[in-house]
Write a protein that binds this ligand. Structure first.
Ligand SMILES: CC(=O)SCCNC(=O)CCNC(=O)[C@H](O)C(C)(C)COP(=O)(O)OP(=O)(O)OC[C@H]1O[C@@H](n2cnc3c(N)ncnc32)[C@H](O)[C@@H]1OP(=O)(O)O
Length: 315
């Protein structure tokens, strides 16, 4: 089955706006169960694209698009996509409330599964713990924990200092992202990948420049409106009644093994806990999908195999 696609879309993804959010929906039947998928702070709702450049492209094989589910993903408020930037930074609780309100506005009363990586996992934990909004029936938390690690909070504070002391906002973004990259990858990968620290420095600075090139001034709001929230949040796992699948990465410094194991131990209904060995650290949630896609598929309710064929818009 080939669905018509919108003017500028590469897949059958439909975009919409609700309560300041831009969202992307890969729709099956209009009444099909909803799966929410949210990525890290630099994510947009466009998870997959025909040319392979979607934010979480490797999840495409796991989920979408199938006729019997609707996959919904939001651009973050203050993020690099098309959602609004709030007048002032929101806390994680406020972000979560805004999300669940937007889902309610879309007529979603229950979410069959919330699949969240990194920031998206933190939001999923909050959404599942809150007593209002759509019911979350299953939650997959990938590379996230119920509170921030002290080291990652410290390094985010340094990112703020870099922004404040840089010669220009652009330079601030490059340096802050470069430092952030140290928290996204592991010491082992740097050891294997680079001949010396100059090569590694070139790589992380290139990542900062890449973020700036792609997103311009919006890249700045990542640091002013999103990352600060991550230094100060806590969710009580005991308030989460739905089954949770926890996926962690052995070399992750944002959600280190000790914290992820603590989350697993505190959850009333941990369906399964998977700790993946990888040199990619926190980026394991993007780079190591092949290592967890089977357990994730098993955790999420069965999807029919009648995949919708992707097509470019002929207009
Ligand atoms: C709490 C939270 O939510 S935090 C989570 C936030 N997570 C993120 O924002 C993701 C961060 N990670 C990234 O951005 C990574 O680059 C990923 C995951 C997107 C891709 O990882 P990989 O596939 O391993 O690619 P890699 O890190 O090598 O980067 C590739 C790019 O860097 C460039 N690059 C790689 N090495 C070098 C180098 N030594 N010098 C210059 N450029 C380099 C490549 O040319 C390529 O650029 P292009 O995409 O413009 O062609």
């Amino acid at each position: 089955m080939v669905l018509p696609v919108g003017r500028s879309f590469y897949t059958n993804t439909r975009f919409g706006r609700v309560k300041g959010f831009r969202y992307a929906a890969d729709n099956g039947r209009a009444d099909a169960p909803v799966i929410v998928i949210q990525g890290g702070i630099s994510a947009t709702g466009q998870l997959w694209r025909l040319d392979g450049s979607g934010w979480w492209q490797s999840l495409y094989n796991v989920f979408a698009p199938a006729e019997d589910v609707q996959v919904i993903s939001f651009d973050y408020l203050g993020g690099v996509g098309g959602s609004d930037t709030p007048t002032q930074p929101l806390t994680v609780t406020e972000h979560t409330q805004a999300y669940t309100d937007a889902l309610t506005q879309l007529g979603v009363e229950s979410v069959e599964a919330w699949v969240g990586g990194s920031f998206g996992g933190v939001l999923g934990l909050h959404a599942a713990a809150q007593q209002h909004g759509p019911v979350i029936r299953r939650l997959a938390v990938i590379g996230a924990a119920h509170k921030p690690s002290i080291q990652s909070a410290l390094l985010r504070s340094f990112q703020q200092l870099l922004l404040q002391h840089a010669e220009s906002p652009q330079q601030g973004v490059i340096l802050a992202r470069a430092l952030a990259m140290l928290t996204y990858r592991s010491a082992d990968e740097f050891e294997q990948r680079f001949a010396n620290s100059d090569d590694a420095l070139q790589y992380v600075l290139a990542q900062g420049e890449r973020l700036l090139r792609r997103h311009g001034n919006q890249a700045n709001t990542l640091f002013t409106h999103l990352t600060p929230a991550l230094n100060d949040y806590q969710v009580d796992p005991k308030r989460i009644s739905c089954p949770v699948q926890v996926i962690g990465f052995a070399s992750d410094s944002i959600a280190p093994t000790a914290l992820v194991a603590e989350l697993e131990a505190l959850l009333p209904h941990c369906h399964s806990y998977l700790s993946i060995e990888t040199p990619y650290g926190h980026d394991g949630f993007i780079k190591n999908v092949a290592d967890y896609q089977q357990p994730l598929r098993h955790f999420i309710p069965p999807l029919k195999t009648s995949r919708l064929e992707l097509t470019e818009n002929p207009l």
